[in-house]
Design a protein around this ligand. Structure first.
Ligand code: C2E
Ligand code: CA
Ligand code: CA
Length: 693
């Protein structure tokens, strides 16, 4: 401070200091004469105006009291342009006036800055209020800001939201509320919870998925002073995620849940049952004749069947149950929350509904198809207490159903469990061998010229201990593996010889053939063994024909040739079975002493409609003729197939269109009736299972 300056009128040292230090330009007037000015004035005007008349400085000067209101004026400056200023004057009690100058440009700039500040806030605000999310700020109890988008996203007004501190939690979906509350508490103590997804239910009932991103301002002890955050509407995202999850947990063909989701659902159902003391049923459904569809009608038809079946199965269950595709032609059902006393009836009801749903024929691209399925059932807690155990036992029961009650439903039972293990299956087979629990069915062989029966193929059936009949496909492979096939084969030869002898004595002289398995063919001294048996019965070996599959014959052609020659030497007839499925070389075939070529049924099905098949079958018939063998077609199922074969020089045939395999007596009756076989009314059958009667 400059001590030699005259003191401000009426002012003490403090006022003096203020005068000197004030950021504004100030001067003191006595009358119109400047008696003092601070440095800001000098800086603005370019000179120290002390001692001058104020009008020299401000030509448009107004004396107080006029000048006491702020007025705009011009400040004349040295070596510079005039400066627009805002002037205020204040007359002090002593009569002097204190005058302040403000640079009007700075003022404008200041006002601009204020406007700019406002604009920035506006822009910021509009940013906050335009983004498709709700921005909020609160102090943990009271919301002091929430952006208006809350109207669009949650369907409530910002005011309502601010005024009702509980509204937010009330809008949270009831199922998510506990989780949200826990997350929110964790957030307040700083243990996470800053990013939470949850559902909210709008007042109009629509459910929206919210992603809540919260930020906190905390004091030194970590307590939240205030928080703000953003609520994003992630409903679409969640729906997209759900679609992806659906793909991962569902079978793409049928849209049904897959095995993975099934296991998850079953796990939850079992947990619930443990808690509530209820039961859970697992149904395992396997189609019995699916392969037939794929093989005969193609994969598109197979897909159509699975899709249609899935649709029907879906309608068999309650909301809380689940139908899943296990893969292939296997389906799984879980029946949850069954009262203990209700278990079996409840499961029966569902099983019946499933079987009933399958009963109506399926339309597979114009072909009517009857699907059959077998169901196995296991129950928690009766049959198993784990998911794996339940699935395994349902599977076991399903296999049992296939054997004992094809097309039916079988409940798992632990007592019989053993009987299904391989070990005991083998003992069953052994028992069957020991007790000779077998029978032969005979499928008529037809001469295509007159459709009359000229012979039959003997096909083995097994009576299982439960009263059913097993087709050879179900036990021949196991019997081979267990080394029981020779015993079975011996029985077949004796039985077919005994039967042939009986028929001959009744005056029925027909060509009867039987099948030799690969294992049989390779037993040492096969020819001797066979002939020995026939001799014992006094049957002329030429009254029987042995069938050997082409693939067996070609597996070791030299050896086969030797064995066949021996059999031939005794007069036995010989046929190559399933011709077309093995890889014969014609030069090999030429040296086999064979009478009949049985063309595999794969080539016969649709031979009248498929030019490729037709060409192959014609060629096979040609091969038979040129090797001086007789062509025999297997698996004739339609009149058109029959007509094609007949027109192309095939001599013999067998197939469902003529007759299914049947018991010996039925066969003899059929032969005696003398009627030509094959009827237009039989139609196409898609049931490939061997007819047991
Ligand atoms: P395979 O020798 O080819 O016997 C013909 C099979 O075709 C029989 O099945 C017969 O029921 C079935 N079939 C006949 N006509 C038709 C038809 O029009 N359509 C369809 N889809 N199928 C027809 P099966 O009785 O189930 O026998 C299956 C196989 O088991 C036989 O095939 C044969 O390889 C074997 N097998 C049967 N009996 C014996 C036997 O005594 N010993 C041995 N080692 N194998 C046997
Ligand atoms: Ca055969
Ligand atoms: Ca065959």
């Amino acid at each position: 401070m400059r001590v030699n300056e005259p003191p401000v009128a009426d002012a003490g040292p403090t006022a003096d200091a203020l005068f000197t230090l004030a950021p504004e330009a100030l001067l003191v007037l006595r009358g119109r004469r400047v008696i003092r000015a601070n440095e800001r004035v000098a800086a603005l005007a370019g000179l120290d105006p002390t001692g001058r008349d104020i009008t020299e400085l401000v030509p448009d000067w107004r004396d107080p009291p006029d000048g006491e209101v702020p007025f705009d004026a011009t400040l004349r400056r040295v070596d510079a342009d005039d400066l627009p200023v805002e002037i205020r004057a204040r007359t002090s009690s002593g009569g002097d006036a204190i005058v302040s100058f403000r640079d009007a440009r700075a003022l404008i700039a200041g006002r601009d800055a204020e406007i700019a500040l406002n604009e920035a806030e506006l822009r910021y605000r509009s940013l906050v209020e335009q983004i498709p999310a709700v921005v909020y700020a609160d102090d943990g109890e009271r919301t002091f800001y929430v952006s208006p988008q809350i109207r669009d996203i949650l369907g409530v007004t910002p005011d309502a939201y601010r005024d009702d501190p509980d509204l937010w939690l009330r809008l949270v979906h009831p199922d998510d509320r506990a989780m949200v509350k826990a997350e929110s508490d964790a957030f307040l103590t700083g243990d996470g919870g800053d990013l939470t997804d949850y559902r909210m239910v709008r007042p109009d009932g629509r459910v929206v998925w919210i992603r809540d991103r919260a930020y906190a301002f905390r004091d030194d002890e970590g307590r939240v002073l205030w928080e703000h955050g953003v609520l994003f509407d992630v409903t679409e995202l969640k729906e997209a995620e759900a679609r992806v999850a659906h793909l991962a947990y569902h079978d793409s063909l049928t849209g049904l849940p897959n095995r993975e989701l099934f296991e998850q659902t079953l796990t939850l159902a079992v947990e619930r049952a443990k808690r509530d003391g209820t039961s859970v049923g697992v149904l395992y459904l396997d189609l019995d004749n699916f392969k037939l569809v794929n093989d005969s009608l193609g994969h598109h038809a197979g897909d159509a069947l699975l899709t249609a079946l899935a649709e029907r199965l879906r309608s068999c269950t309650r909301e809380t149950d689940l139908v899943a595709r296990q893969g292939g032609d296997e389906f799984l059902l879980v029946i949850a929350d069954i009262e203990h006393g209700e278990t079996d009836p409840a499961i029966r009801r569902v099983a019946d509904r499933v079987l009933a749903a399958m009963a109506a024929p399926f339309d597979l691209h114009g072909v009517e198809f009857h699907a059959f399925g077998s169901i196995g059932v296991s129950v928690f807690p009766r049959d198993a207490d784990s998911v794996e155990g339940l699935l395994r036992n349902a599977d076991v029961a399903m296999y049992r159903a296939k054997r004992l009650e094809p097309g039916g439903c079988v409940l798992f039972s632990a007592d019989e469990d053993d009987a299904l293990g391989k070990l005991s299956y083998s003992s069953l087979l052994r028992e069957a061998v020991a007790e000779e629990r077998w029978m032969l069915h005979y499928q008529p062989v037809i001469d295509l010229n007159d459709r009359r029966v000229v012979g039959a193929e003997a096909l083995i059936r097994s009576q299982d201990p439960f009263g059913g009949l097993l087709a050879p496909g179900e036990f021949i492979p196991a019997a081979e593996e267990l080394g029981l096939i020779e015993a079975i084969g011996d029985w077949v030869i004796e039985e077919v010889a005994r039967q042939q002898l009986a028929w001959l004595s009744e005056g029925l002289d027909l060509a009867i053939s039987f099948n030799l398995s690969p294992r049989q063919l390779w037993t040492p001294r096969l020819a001797d063994r066979v002939v020995e048996r026939l001799r014992k019965l006094d049957l002329d070996p030429s009254k029987l024909t042995a069938e050997i599959t082409e693939s067996t014959a070609m597996a070791d052609p030299d050896r086969t040739q030797r064995v066949l020659r021996e059999l031939r030497a005794w007069g036995l007839g010989l046929a190559i079975d399933d011709f077309g499925t093995g890889y014969s070389s014609l030069s090999r075939l030429k040296h086999m002493p064979v009478d009949i070529l049985k063309i595999d049924r794969e080539f016969i099905r649709n031979v009248d409609r498929d030019v490729r098949l037709a060409g192959m079958v014609r060629a096979m018939i040609q091969v038979a003729h040129s090797l001086e063998m007789v062509a025999h077609a297997e698996g004739v199922e339609t009149e058109d197939e029959y007509a094609f074969l007949r027109a192309n020089g095939c001599r013999y045939a067998q197939g469902y269109w003529f007759a299914r395999p049947m018991a010996a007596d039925a066969f003899a009756d059929l032969v005696r009736s003398g009627a030509p076989l094959g009827s237009v009314s039989t139609g196409r059958s898609l049931d490939g299972s061997p007819s047991p009667t």
